[in-house]
Ligand binder design. Structure first.
Ligand code: PEP
Length: 274
């Protein structure tokens, strides 16, 4: 364990809480590596990554096998990077072959976890299971980046807001200070067909109202980030959106240089001006 890193993480959390109380939100650039990268590639990524200033939180969600090795590099280089798991099992422990518990993820170095990514929903994870996963993660103090988004058919049928409101019900019981939301229209993920920045802002404003309804006193704590074909070329357009607090990035997060450009777009939003 590296004392300096632990203290820095503690300071970050205190700053987050103070900002949350004041209604200000730190931007968040989160990388979802999905089933990509070996330990050598992950180490090369971290060696190449220039995190820039500290005005934007940086999360990386690698495959679970990479968490301990990446944690060691992050501590050695004192990088301002939070490790996020891609999934968590809803049970504490037991006969669940191949699954990974919240306690194990924390032990391996994760401080946060994605819940409800559309690629998990496609594997049959429904509202009840996602609620149980989020509650289990929260019980272990993991932050949750809860992913919601409408399918192409729902989008075409004009059902987007209805679908999102329903999906948000699963995190009603999660403490607001452990929760962030990723709006990821399923038709935009990995397709190169990103949502227009005005459309994304409109949906984020809607999600913001829903979050305020769920957490009347604490909604300032919850960030709402956009995901779906975010690239260096379109990131600053999203950063301009008043209710877009960051990005969840798949393909463009696999290379340090392109992820860095996206971080930089949101650092400008976070007040570095540079
Ligand atoms: C994702 O899978 O969360 C994602 C947003 O992917 P991409 O950026 O590749 O569309």
């Amino acid at each position: 364990m590296n004392g300096a890193h632990e203290i820095e993480a503690l300071v970050r959390r205190v700053v987050e809480q103070v900002l949350a109380g004041s209604g200000e939100r730190r931007p968040l650039a989160a990388a979802n590596w999905k089933m990509n990268h070996t330990s050598i590639e992950a180490a090369a990524f971290l060696e190449a990554l220039d995190p820039g200033d500290s005005s934007c939180d940086i999360w990386i969600a690698p495959p679970a096998t990479l968490l301990p090795g990446m944690k060691a590099i992050i501590e050695r280089r004192n990088l301002p990077v939070t490790l996020c798991a891609q999934d968590v099992h809803e049970k504490e422990n037991g006969a669940h072959t191949g699954e990974i518990s919240a306690a194990m993820l924390k032990d391996a170095g994760a401080e946060a976890v994605l819940v409800g990514h559309s690629e998990r929903r496609e594997q049959g994870e429904g509202a009840e299971r996602l609620q149980a996963k989020a509650e289990q993660a929260a019980a272990h103090g993991l932050r949750i980046l809860y992913c919601i988004g409408e399918s192409e058919a729902e989008y075409s049928a004009g059902l987007t807001k209805q679908v999102l409101a329903r999906q948000l019900e699963a995190v009603r019981n999660i403490p607001a200070n452990l929760l962030d939301i990723a709006y990821e229209p399923v038709w935009a993920i990995g397709t190169g067909r990103a949502a227009g920045k005005e459309d994304a802002q409109e949906i984020h404003a809607f999600i913001r109202l829903e979050v305020q309804r769920h957490f009347p006193d604490q909604s300032g704590a919850v960030r709402i980030v956009y995901g779906g074909s975010v690239k260096p070329e379109n990131a600053s357009g999203y950063a301009d959106g008043a209710d877009i607090d960051g990005a969840l990035v798949g393909g463009a997060s696999l290379h340090a240089e392109s992820f860095q450009s996206i971080i930089h777009a949101f650092q400008k939003k976070g007040g570095s001006g540079g």
